[in-house]
Write a protein that binds this ligand. Structure first.
Ligand SMILES: NC(=O)c1ccc[n+]([C@@H]2O[C@H](COP(=O)([O-])OP(=O)(O)OC[C@H]3O[C@@H](n4cnc5c(N)ncnc54)[C@H](OP(=O)(O)O)[C@@H]3O)[C@@H](O)[C@H]2O)c1
Length: 238
């Protein structure tokens, strides 16, 4: 079978659902990762041909192992599932808030990536796309620039979790480079989704961000790895 397969975590809505739709349109069999079976099934029906449900809570180790056991080969893994439960600065953020956020945004990515590595290794052109955030960029957070307003320490748990994800993105890319993997992080830009009320009020079209993820999922063998890219393909400074 030369069927190309992809998994998008947290694909029952938001940016993830758009990424899954684009991958299906490219001819992939796309596993729509969803911790809620009903929500996931709805998304599968909305996407249509090529979409399959994969029940997957990235914070549930047994569930992750069971999901990974269902896939023999995987060509594209998009670590998209994420939460942003608080906009509080570090001075108002309890350790428990960091734990909760990191559980999904960092440890969930590690768990899913490691569990699906055997299936990815069976792909001739394995690709991992980590959905990060421009708010994780320490450079953008400390330097005035047109794409991101710096200047305060808001959303400490979320932004530091995505900075940790960026670090892991580099380390996975380096570790897997010899095996033909391309591992890259995406800054999708502010998008109107349920992630947080501010984004919903001020954000742009999540479908546009998904195009950036698709580009990284379809990178040629001479494409970059270990990078951090904006949705429009321009590099984001760390
Ligand atoms: N929207 C933005 O402006 C923006 C900007 C920068 C980065 N991002 C990143 O983009 C990614 C997608 O976010 P979004 O904006 O599309 O938000 P969203 O609409 O809230 O979607 C988040 C998805 O993640 C899923 N999820 C959360 N925890 C999960 C878990 N433990 N296991 C499996 N799935 C889980 C959610 O599932 P449920 O429906 O079950 O909750 C949902 O499908 C996230 O990584 C986010 O950090 C978004």
């Amino acid at each position: 079978m030369n069927e190309r397969t992809a998994l998008v975590t947290g694909a029952n809505k938001g940016i993830g659902q758009h990424i899954a739709r684009l991958l299906a349109a490219e001819g992939f069999t796309v596993y729509v990762g969803s911790r809620g079976p009903g929500r996931g099934q709805r998304a599968v029906e909305e996407i249509g041909a090529g979409a399959r449900l994969l029940v997957l809570d990235v914070t549930d180790p047994d569930g992750v192992a069971q999901a990974a056991a269902q896939l023999d080969r995987l060509d594209v893994l998009v670590n998209n599932a994420g939460i942003s439960p608080s906009l509080a600065p570090p001075t108002d953020t309890a350790v428990e808030e960091y734990r909760r956020t990191y559980e999904t945004n960092v440890f969930g990515v590690v768990a899913v990536t490691n569990a699906f590595l055997p299936a990815l290794r069976r792909s001739p052109h394995p690709r991992i796309v980590n959905i990060s955030s421009g708010t994780a960029s320490l450079a953008w957070s400390t330097t005035a620039n047109p794409q991101f307003a710096p200047g305060n320490g808001a959303a400490a748990a979320y932004r530091s979790s995505k900075a940790a994800l960026n670090a892991l993105n580099v380390l996975y890319a380096q570790t897997l480079a010899e095996d033909g993997f391309k591992v890259n992080a995406l800054a999708p830009g502010l998008r109107a989704t349920d992630l947080n009320p501010q984004a919903a009020a001020a954000g742009g079209d999540p479908a546009e961000a998904a195009q950036g993820a698709l580009r990284l999922a379809l990178l040629p063998d001479d494409g970059p790895t270990g990078g951090f890219f904006s949705w429009d393909g321009t590099p984001v400074p760390w």
